[in-house]
Structures are given as structure tokens and as C-alpha cells.
Design a protein around this ligand. Structure first.
Ligand SMILES: NC(=O)c1ccc[n+]([C@@H]2O[C@H](COP(=O)([O-])OP(=O)(O)OC[C@H]3O[C@@H](n4cnc5c(N)ncnc54)[C@H](O)[C@@H]3O)[C@@H](O)[C@H]2O)c1
Length: 299
């Protein structure tokens, strides 16, 4: 949607734009409630969308009517992706697609995002969920392991965010970018020795603010108005966490006791956050970190 902001100032039609999102007559019966959450016709890329948290959030966007392109380094998406694809109801207008890419491969990321933009003549947002963990004491991390974690969790996110922003600028889209960080970027995360992972997530929190500052204003060419936020989840039961718990089952009890709800999260519990942050419902939110952690960091 074209912005009505010129040099940061609102024009009268901006007000009209806000009013448009409300039902025309609040006393009338309408099928359209909370239209600002509607993603009908919009196009998004979700990295790390073959399974786990990325896929659960991708499915929420599909249900809201979006065309969602999941990208991941797995040769084929996991069975849960196929099931999600089957659940996509064409009557809602949304659809779920898959491409294999490694987020570190800048050339491939650029060409895949460009192709998605070109086919649809639009590009509305990115949800960057691809990431890896590495649980070990600091003294046992080799330089190669440090490089690998940072190259996926930080450089990969940087590449995907900038390529998505280029597409949004090309189509003058007032899009939204959601970077998946973690509470591990905010606290040391008791019960999980992962010093480089934690630092990589802290870097994502700071990258969020920096990119939000760069892309927030609309320039004279009509580019910008792109919002960038990050999500800081607590512990969620996903394939990544299953693997950690296989090796260190005692961590589960520690993590459960460290949050106020006394349990780990399910990936579906982040659907609402994805929809909120990637839709117009969060139109005045940028540079922010949304913490959803069962109270883990609140005591
Ligand atoms: N599970 C948790 O408790 C938790 C908590 C906080 C944050 N997170 C973050 O959420 C995100 C998703 O994690 P998850 O728990 O669903 O893990 P997951 O391992 O189930 O999913 C991550 C996905 O990213 C993909 N991926 C990894 N490296 C990639 C690369 N180089 N290129 C493309 N794809 C790549 C994997 O193949 C996988 O499908 C990660 O960024 C993770 O750090 C997870």
C-alpha cells in the first residue's frame, strides 16, 4: 500500500488510510473483523520453514491468506511441512511453497527472492527463522564451529534481510521483516551452555534495531517504510530442542523450572506473534524485540 508520508509528515489521506482498516460503520454487522491482520494476496518468504518454529509461523500466514515461500537447506521439507501444505485451504487464498537454499549463499538467496518477487510482482515480508544451536562449553568451541554458528545465525540473517529489503524497495512495498532471535540473546540461559549461539542471538537483536533505523522512512524514490522487529522466544519443543534433550535430558527440568508457567512452549504458540508482526496490525512497531518466554526472563 502506498504511503502518504512525505518527509516524515502525515498528509490528510494518511488518516483516511487508517480509517479504511476499520469496518465502515461500527454498528453494522460485518464478516470482516480485525482487517489489519488480513494477508490476502501478500507474498512472504520464511527461512528455516521446512519444520519447527518457522513452519508453524508460516502456516499462520497462509491461513491469513498469504502466499508463503518456505526456504531451507534440507533437500526436502519434513513430513510436517507436507501435512501443513495439505491443510492450506484454498478458500482462504493462502498457499505454501518450498525451495531449497542455504541462507549463507548470498547469490542464491538474491536470485530466489528476485524470482519470487518477479512472479508475483510484489514482496511483502520476510520471517527469518533459519538457525542452528551448538551446545558445548566455551573452551570446547573450535574456531570452525564458531564460524559456522555465526555464519548461519548472523550472516545468513543479514543476507536474507537485505535481499528481502531490496525486493520490497523494488516493489515500493511497505513490508515487514521479523528476525527470530531468542531469549538466549538477552540472558545467559540457565541449563544450556551455548556461548556462541547466545552471542549470535544478541547480535540479531541489535541488527534488528540497526536495520529498522535504516529502512523505516520512505525516501523520495518511494522506497522504505519497511519495519524490522525480532522475536525472542523461550524454550520451544522443536526438532532443534529434541536433539539437545536427547543428549542432555536433564536440561528439560531446568528449563521448565526457569519459567513462570513451568513448561516448555509449543511452536503453535507463536502463530499469533507471526501474524501480528508481519501484518498491518503492528504498523507502528519497528526496532522492537517481542519476548514470548513463559516469563523466563521476568524474574
Ligand atoms: N526451539 C527453541 O527452543 C528456540 C528458542 C528460541 C529461538 N529459537 C530459534 O528459532 C529458530 C527456529 O528454530 P527451531 O527450534 O524451529 O529449529 P529447527 O532446527 O527445528 O529448525 C531450523 C530450521 O533451519 C534450517 N536451517 C539451518 N541452517 C540453515 C541454513 N544455513 N540455510 C537454510 N536453512 C537452514 C534447518 O534445516 C531447520 O529446518 C532458530 O533461529 C532458533 O535459534 C528456537
Amino acid at each position: 500500500m502506498a504511503s502518504n508520508r512525505i518527509n516524515g509528515k502525515f498528509t490528510p489521506s494518511d488518516k483516511a488510510h487508517i480509517q479504511e482498516r476499520l469496518p465502515p460503520d461500527s454498528t453494522a454487522t460485518t464478516q470482516q473483523r480485525f482487517r489489519e491482520f488480513d494477508l490476502q494476496g501478500k507474498v512472504f518468504v520464511v527461512t528455516g520453514g521446512a519444520r519447527g518454529l518457522g513452519l508453524a509461523m508460516a502456516e499462520a500466514l497462509v491461513e491469513a491468506g498469504a502466499q508463503v515461500h518456505c526456504v531451507d537447506r534440507l533437500p526436502k521439507p519434513e513430513e510436517e511441512f507436507i501435512q501443513a501444505q495439505k491443510r492450506a485451504n484454498p478458500e482462504f487464498g493462502g498457499s505454501l511453497h518450498y525451495s531449497r537454499i542455504d541462507v549463507r549463499d548470498a547469490k542464491n538467496v538474491a536470485s530466489t527472492f528476485n524470482e519470487i518477487g518477479q512472479i508475483n510482482q510484489r514482496f511483502d515480508g520476510l520471517l527469518a527463522a533459519a538457525g542452528i544451536n551448538h551446545v558445548d562449553s566455551a573452551t570446547h568451541h573450535t574456531p570452525e564451529e564458531i564460524y559456522e554458528i555465526l555464519s548461519i545465525n548472523y550472516t545468513g540473517i543479514f543476507i536474507c534481510a537485505t535481499e528481502a529489503a531490496k525486493q520490497m524497495m523494488k516493489y515500493s512495498s511497505r513490508g515487514s521483516i521479523l528476525l527470530v532471535a531468542s531469549i538466549s540473546g538477552l540472558v545467559a540461559n540457565k541449563g544450556m551452555l551455548s556461548p556462541v549461539y547466545n552471542s549470535s542471538k544478541a547480535a540479531v537483536v541489535q541488527l534488528t534495531r540497526s536495520l529498522a533505523m535504516e529502512w523505516g522512512k520512505v525516501n523520495e524514490k518511494g522506497e522504505g517504510g519497511i519495519r524490522v522487529n525480532c522475536l525472542c522466544p523461550g524454550h520451544i519443543i522443536t526438532p532443534m530442542v529434541d536433539k539437545i534433550l536427547e543428549e542432555e535430558p536433564e536440561s528439560k527440568e531446568v528449563w521448565e523450572s526457569e519459567n513462570m508457567l513451568g513448561r516448555l512452549a509449543r511452536p503453535e504458540e507463536f502463530r499469533g506473534a507471526a501474524l501480528f508482526l508481519l501484518s498491518e496490525a503492528s504498523s507502528y512497531m519497528t526496532g522492537a524485540s517481542l519476548v514470548i518466554d513463559g516469563g523466563h526472563t521476568a524474574w
